[in-house]
Design a protein around this ligand. Structure first.
Ligand code: M6R
Length: 611
């Protein structure tokens, strides 16, 4: 949801560093991009509509400078065009800003500034930020102007600002991620809290991959914090100073060395990250199970003792949470509440210090989850984060963290993180039931079966099916029990990358309305289980078949009703995990056949840091 990177340090190719960093952040937004470079006493802005990965640099593209910053946009306020692309400058061109988030009070601020004669050029909410800084600069130091501006903004934001004539960068955070990277950090003192850090160069990014080629020493800014980066008086290195936005007081931060290997992601021989990440599921389930037993038991005990456990997630993570309702009912004989992150605020009446909130989030930066955490903290609710990105806001704000361990997930459509999250929730249900060993065995068997069936031949089979349905207008997916949320997840996956209208239903619900949508040839993907619900789901399938529907059965066993059979292993409680994998592949092949980029689906971004 908008990517930011900034550089100030002892190199003179800052523009190039920033553009290369932006390419690594493209998954955060790809409507338009832009960058700013300090040239003498001026700041030059270059911007363009489209994807940063398609940007063609020439010998003249970059200035020789040690200060630059850039942005890749996921549009919220204002159309996708060059004027609305970031960076945005103040009307007097003195202040330039890149911003992620939403300034909710931008209309009021704009009116106030217009009364003072400021002329706005874009439709964005962002443009008030450089203009406010410019306004405060009349009577304040640069840092105070930035701080006072940050104080005025309502909403979740992260921004970077530079002021013409100053060899400084400022960055402020309130709700959207910002991480500082320090190259040649010295003196090394990871243990200590520091109000000032020294380095040969500084980076500011909305995600660490932006600058991982240069450093793994980072400081995570927290909400309400501001950093000022400046050259040392001796002009041989740079300083970063941290401040509280509310008071302007210096604050101390910890420098953390992050695990470089875990934070890198390359496509390797795969054509797309999505395909690579689907295939990584051969090992990610096993990695997800590699949990600290004490932590899992601790969370299980919190669930047992709680008076109301809420699972929250958004999009795919929300569908993972929805399986918890079925998994806990079946395995642990326990009721848990499941609600989307954006709906959690409707449950305030039930929240007490005996409530438990379990948030599932790949990025750990989803705004709807962080808003839920705010409420949880107010109500003294205990929080558990099931998070893939270590060091993310959700991870840092949770009382207990269960790491997903799926490794960097680059494709916007979540795949390997999804199944790893499912594995953790399944293990948790078994642990609450007092049977963690049985849970591990079931999941280990599922992991090994994935290793067997997930191979190029299987992928080719899915591609063949994709060819047959690639031109349909709509398709539907059904499932019962924990396969019902997987039907919803299958629909998201198909919508996201194939752009085909796809909807998931509880199998038994079709006949209560959606059956009217079935015409000759409409594809129906059915998760058909073994055991006691098989007959029920097959009769729902038969109802569709009788109306001309084309049946794609996902099941351990074939059936005469199926026009296509997608074989999956029978893995008991882990069935949702293996069922969703072929649909991820189907969605991937449909995207490619329909000439969509599965890694960067239109209108979407990897982490949604706005409400
Ligand atoms: O990072 P999160 O898991 O919190 O993200 C939640 C959703 O935005 C995310 O799962 C989204 O639905 C994916 N693009 C689905 O593939």
């Amino acid at each position: 949801m908008c990517g930011i990177i900034a550089f100030l340090g002892n190199r003179d190719n800052a523009g190039k560093i920033v553009v290369d960093g932006l390419k690594k952040l493209e998954y955060r937004g790809y409507d338009s991009f832009g960058f700013a470079e300090k040239i003498g006493d001026k700041i030059r802005v270059s911007k363009s509509v489209g994807k940063i990965s398609e940007f063609k640099e020439t010998a003249k593209t970059f200035a020789k400078t040690n200060l630059a910053f850039g942005h890749t946009r996921w549009a919220t306020h204002g159309k996708v065009n060059r004027v609305n692309a970031h960076p945005h400058a103040s009307a007097d061109s003195k202040v330039v800003v890149v911003h992620n988030g939403i300034v909710e009070n931008h209309a009021d601020l704009r009116k106030m500034l217009e009364k003072k004669g400021v002329k706005f050029v874009s439709e964005t909410d962002t443009e008030v930020i450089p203009n406010l800084i410019a306004d405060f600069l009349r009577k304040n130091s640069p840092r105070e102007a930035v701080r006072k501006t940050a104080q005025k903004l309502v909403g979740r934001f992260a921004f970077v600002a530079a002021i013409a004539g100053e060899s400084k960068l400022f960055a402020a955070r309130n709700g959207s991620p910002l991480i500082l990277g320090i190259e040649k950090f010295y003196p090394k003192s990871d243990e200590k809290l520091l109000a000032k850090v020294d380095g040969s160069a500084f980076f500011i990014g909305s995600d660490v991959p932006a600058f991982l080629d240069f450093t793994h020493d980072v400081v995570y800014l927290d909400d309400g914090e501001l950093v000022e980066i400046e050259e040392s008086p001796t002009k041989d290195h740079f300083h970063g100073h941290f401040f509280e936005i509310a008071s302007g007081r210096p604050i101390k931060k910890r420098v953390i060395s992050i695990d470089l290997k875990a934070s890198r992601a390359e496509k390797g021989d795969f054509t797309h990250f999505m395909l690579k990440e689907i295939f990584e599921q051969k090992e990610t389930i096993t990695r997800a199970l590699n949990q600290d037993e004490k932590q899992i038991e601790r969370v299980a005990e919190l669930i047992r003792r709680s008076f109301g456990t809420f699972f929250i997630g958004c999009g795919t993570a929300g569908k993972v949470c929805a399986t918890a309702e079925y998994l806990f009912a079946k395995i642990a004989r326990r009721h848990v509440n499941v609600i989307f992150g954006s709906e959690f605020d409707t449950q305030e009446a039930f929240l007490t210090d005996r409530t438990l909130l379990i948030a599932v989030s790949q990025s750990g930066e989803t705004a709807d989850i962080l808003e839920a955490y705010k409420i949880a903290k107010q109500k003294k609710v205990k929080t558990v984060g099931v998070v893939n990105v270590a060091g993310s806001s959700v991870a840092r704000q949770s009382d207990v963290v269960l790491p997903v361990n799926a490794g960097v997930e680059k494709a916007v459509a979540s795949t390997k993180a999804t199944t790893a999250q499912l594995a953790i929730l399944t293990l948790l249900a078994f642990t609450v039931a007092g049977k963690p060993e049985e849970g591990k065995r079931v999941l280990a068997e599922a992991a090994s079966s994935i290793n067997d069936f997930l191979n190029p031949r299987y992928s080719a089979h899915l591609e063949k099916i994709a060819r047959k349905i690639k031109n349909v207008e709509s398709l539907y997916i059904i499932g019962k029990g924990a396969d019902y949320p997987m039907a919803l997840e299958a629909a998201i996956k198909l919508q996201e990358v194939s752009y085909i209208h796809a909807e998931g239903f509880a199998a038994g619900e079709l006949k209560h309305g959606p059956l009217a949508l079935i015409t000759k040839g409409t594809p129906l993907i059915a998760f058909v289980p073994m055991g006691k619900f098989r007959a029920d789901v097959l009769s729902n399938v038969a109802e569709v078949k009788a109306r001309g529907g084309r049946i794609i059965g996902v099941s351990p066993k074939n059936d005469e009703l199926f026009d296509e059979w997608i074989r999956v292993p029978a893995v008991g409680a882990a069935q949702p995990i293996v069922n969703i994998i072929p649909i991820q592949l189907l969605a991937y092949h449909l995207a490619v056949l329909r000439k969509n980029n599965p890694d960067l689906p239109r209108n979407l971004a990897k982490s949604v840091t706005v409400k």
